[in-house]
Design a protein around this ligand. Sequence first.
Ligand code: HEC
Length: 182
Amino acid sequence: MSACRFALAAGVLLAAACATEQNSASTASPHLGKAMTDVELAFWDSAILIDGSNLPAGSGSSAQGKVVYQQKCAACHGATGTETDTRLTPLVGGRGSLATAQPVRTLGSYWPYSTIVFDYIRRAMPYNAPKTLSNDEVYALTAYLLQANGIIGEAAVMDRTTLPAVQMPNRNGFVMASENVK
Ligand code: HEC
């Protein structure tokens, strides 16, 4: 049944094929691929919730993150993350710009939760080699980018306890769509 639900979501042609298979009351499996192992599943099932649930062990400081940033991030994001000639959203800056005519939406000025920074970097960066960073490196990079954005101090160490406690400047800048419905 769940395979059919996927097929239905994928489109009309597949939905038709699914209905045929269902009518023939044959096997429930489409016989595609193979079951993931627990190790493979753990590799992908790494979502960090906004309250910090699922954050892994490990830690990192801004000073450590600065070193990793120069090695693995600066080529695309610029030496300081403030550069605007990279054609990417700057990683640093933009504080106070959101309500102006030219808002600069960086992770520092815009993102509502510090935990998203960790989750995003661990999941997606470096763009050319995602999921190659150690958890310590991701904590350090997160610390560096939060510090560069003036959100935490230079001495702060980020780990599974300290990171969720970081209050982002735009934390209360978002409203739920339902709150706007009159
Ligand atoms: C090969 C180029 C490349 C490298 C190296 C790279 N990035 Fe990125 N980064 C990108 C691109 C492209 C995007 C935009 C991706 C998108 O919008 O889907 C991005 C987006 C981001 C964002 C989200 C920015 C925003 O506000 O939308 C963060 C944070 C980030 N990168 C951090 C890092 C960190 C930390 C590293 C080093 C570990 C890194 N990146 C290395 C290309 C790169």
